[in-house]
Design a protein. Structure first.
Length: 105
């Protein structure tokens, strides 16, 4: 799978997922991912019953909420465009250098 295909897959998954922000809820016997409703209450999304034994796993999943993933995908795409533009500029500069060298002979 190419990186571009993976980005498209992540973007599609983020669009289909329950919007965040997500947070971690300590059940005392494990951790669940919950939605923060903005007033300090955590609500489990419908059908969302992920019970994780490790707090670190739950925190990672909560940090990768759909908005965060979408922002990361957008940033990667922007960086790719910037890199392509820089590459084009470098090619043009290299051509110009060769032209200038050729004019000095």
């Amino acid at each position: 799978m190419t990186a571009s295909v993976k980005l498209e897959e992540l973007e599609a998954l983020a669009k289909a997922a329950t919007p965040g922000p997500w947070s971690v809820y300590d059940r005392g016997v494990g951790y669940m991912i919950a939605l923060d409703n903005g007033v300090g209450h955590r609500v489990l999304p419908e059908g969302f019953r992920t019970d994780l034994g490790r707090k670190e796993d739950a925190e990672f999943i909560a940090a990768a909420d759909p908005q965060t993933v979408s922002e990361l995908v957008a940033h990667i795409r922007w960086l790719k465009k910037e890199l392509e533009a820089t590459d084009r500029e470098n090619v043009n500069l290299a051509r110009r250098v060769e032209q200038l060298k050729g004019g000095q002979s």
